[in-house]
Write a protein that binds this ligand. Structure first.
Ligand SMILES: [Zn+2]
Length: 365
């Protein structure tokens, strides 16, 4: 039987919020017309992001690495597990994938190394590192091609696959448990509730942790830092974008399924996960401005034509942001270091994203 209709009108806030978005001048957006202006802008915007994300509240600490065992996969990849401390009492578990036949930097002979960061609905590092020992992880790998860390290792790269806060072994208590809906999901909602009232944000925590993992990799002294790469899809793309924007030690990166204008994709599509939202960010910057901070390092942006997260204008909402990034690369005469890979279909990682940056090995090594 049909429910009796009780609501004749819905009085929503969206239209006014869009007007407020449009009224913002975004005075910190990318407008530089020379490398010198870019350098000044980059410093100012990085300070701004440190402030907005609450990273000034983060507490430096010793990494205190702990080994947690290793196994050999059927493809001959050594999958080591370890954890480091990223803030006092906050631990980041991580897989390290070491191929038998490692690709090396031709000059320093150190292993070419990538970070592969997890997005939502993949059980954190498990799917990225190709741990196919649960049916729900296998399903996530097949749906989103989530095992991009493992795929890179199969090509000879050394790959770090960390859990980000709220996922995998780092779920808050709300999602402890082995059931699929708990195991695959993350607790960004709970983290953001704790964080924002303390002046912090989820993305601030995530990109802080990635930089601590880069500290750890650098301190080992055995990995190639000259071409250190970072890749990620969806929420992993978000982490890659912010980490590369804030940390110059990331020399090349792939951001898949995460480049679009905030108005359509995060204001109008306001059901997105809490980890996307940073208080006051829309007043200062759009996503392409954050991407512009990566110039002139190598970057691949991968977008799928039917990805619903692009918003109702589809790729138009993507091109506008990529164009902002292109202007930054043009200042350096390095437009060839920004590659926009368009794929068909919906929200999904496609391995073609890797081709433009992996092909550069021979030029740089
Ligand atoms: Zn999230």
């Amino acid at each position: 039987m049909d429910q009796e209709k009780h609501t004749e009108h819905y009085y929503t806030c969206l239209s006014l919020m869009q007007q407020k978005f449009d009224r913002c001048k975004r005075e910190d957006r990318f407008l530089a017309e020379s490398v010198e202006e870019f350098t000044v802008w980059k410093k100012r915007v990085r300070d701004l992001l440190t402030e907005l994300t609450g990273q000034r509240n983060m507490i430096p600490c010793e990494a205190l690495p702990v080994d947690e065992g290793e196994e050999k996969t059927k493809d001959g990849i050594l999958r080591k597990k370890f954890r480091i401390q990223t803030e006092p009492g906050v631990y980041m578990p991580c897989y390290l994938l070491i191929p038998e036949d490692k690709k090396l930097n031709k000059t320093n002979k150190k292993p070419l190394t990538f970070l592969a960061l997890p997005g939502h609905l993949g059980g954190g590092k498990e799917s990225v590192a190709g741990k196919r020992d649960r049916p729900d992880i296998v399903k996530a790998i097949e749906q989103f091609h989530y095992d991009y860390g493992y795929q890179l290792a199969l090509q000879g790269y050394t790959v770090f696959c960390p859990d980000c806060r709220g996922f995998g072994e780092r779920r808050e208590e709300a999602l402890w448990g082995e059931e699929e809906e708990k195991y695959l999901n993350g607790t960004c909602y709970n983290l953001s509730h704790m964080a924002e009232a303390l002046g912090e944000t989820v993305i601030g925590m995530l990109s802080w942790d990635i930089s601590r993992l880069v500290d750890f990799i650098e301190q080992q002294g055995i990995y190639d830092m000259e071409q250190l790469g970072c890749i990620g899809f969806s929420g992993g793309g978000m982490q890659t974008l912010w980490s590369a924007a804030q940390d110059d030690r990331i020399k090349r990166c792939v951001i898949s399924g995460y480049m679009y204008g905030y108005r359509d994709s995060l204001l109008e599509l306001n059901g997105n996960c809490n980890c996307n939202y940073v208080p006051h960010l829309f007043e200062h910057l759009d996503m392409g401005d954050i991407g512009a901070l990566i110039a002139p390092r190598q970057v691949v942006i991968q977008s799928c034509r039917k990805d619903h997260l692009n918003g109702r204008r589809g790729l138009t909402n993507v091109y506008e942001q990529v164009d902002t990034m292109k202007k930054a690369y043009r200042l350096f005469g390095r437009e060839d270091f920004l590659f926009h890979d368009i794929q068909e279909g919906g929200h999904c990682w496609h391995e073609e994203a890797l081709l433009p940056i992996l092909n550069e090995d021979c030029n740089q090594g």
